[in-house]
Design a protein around this ligand. Structure first.
Ligand code: HEC
Length: 121
């Protein structure tokens, strides 16, 4: 009798907790497009002075590292592609930028990440 009561309580607990468990899994999944650490470090050092909070107004309007996680997956894919192109052809960071420029290895890392998040639309 006691065991049956425990069983009923645990079944009820499982049912009432299930929706919140399902919801948190869904949220975690939608964050998988976030920038991996190795790429984020390069973007922080070579781009965020302009493309980050307190950067240049024009650059932040194009993409802002601090706002990245608020972009839709489609926007992230489009911006990542433009970022890969700009570091590959050397237009970014601008010649006048005194900070670190991405090395050839870092350019490869950026473009590997960019191609991994491209989505068909
Ligand atoms: C010194 C400031 C500065 C830095 C540093 C900088 N940018 Fe920019 N970026 C700008 C400005 C200003 C614009 C908008 C005007 C333009 O297109 O030149 C821009 C535009 C862009 C664009 C859109 C135009 C294009 O060329 O496709 C991309 C993509 C971009 N930047 C990527 C980057 C990346 C990636 C880095 C770091 C590796 C970086 N930028 C570093 C100032 C900067």
């Amino acid at each position: 009798m006691f065991a049956a009561a425990i069983l009923i309580v645990s079944v009820l607990a499982t049912i009432s907790f299930y929706p919140s468990v399902a919801h948190s899994q869904k949220t975690a999944k939608s964050l998988t497009t976030s920038i991996p650490e190795n790429v984020k470090t390069v973007l922080k050092n070579s781009c965020a002075a302009c493309h980050g909070d307190n950067g240049s107004g024009m650059a932040m309007g194009i993409w802002n590292l601090n706002q990245w996680d608020t972009y839709t997956p489609a926007k992230q894919a489009k911006k990542a592609n433009a970022i890969c192109k700009s570091v590959t052809n050397g237009t970014m960071p601008p010649k006048s930028f005194a900070g670190a420029k991405p090395t050839a290895t870092q350019v490869t890392e950026i473009c590997t990440w960019a191609s991994s998040i491209q989505i068909n639309n």
